[in-house]
Write a protein that binds this ligand. Structure first.
Ligand SMILES: [Zn+2]
Length: 100
């Protein structure tokens, strides 16, 4: 399954609810799921971590659907087999760029 197919599957399952909730409401759910992923990686239960990854990508796809964004196209346009900043693969950006 490709990213586009996953996004289309999410649209079939959830678009009637996602469109009613709207972009901001769907974004709040995505943020909540990212928080839960952050909590899951503090533990060592791989199944729980996998479930949280699944929730994050599902809500990301829902948000993209609400905003009519093609996730696969957007991701590949920016990350087309190389780092978008230094334009090489593997990335050769200075490591301080990774600091958050
Ligand atoms: Zn780079």
């Amino acid at each position: 399954m490709y990213i586009r197919e996953f996004q289309e599957m999410m649209e079939r399952i959830y678009s009637h609810r996602d469109l009613k909730r709207g972009a901001n409401g769907t974004y709040r759910w995505l943020k909540e799921e990212i928080e839960e992923l952050g909590e899951a990686i503090q533990g060592e239960d791989k199944r729980i971590i996998e479930d949280e990854f699944a929730d994050v990508i599902a809500w990301l796809a829902s948000l993209a659907n609400v905003l009519e964004i093609d996730l696969e196209k957007s991701a590949i346009r920016k990350y087309n087999d190389r780092c978008p900043k230094c334009r090489t693969s593997p990335c050769k950006c200075p490591s301080e760029i990774d600091a958050v």
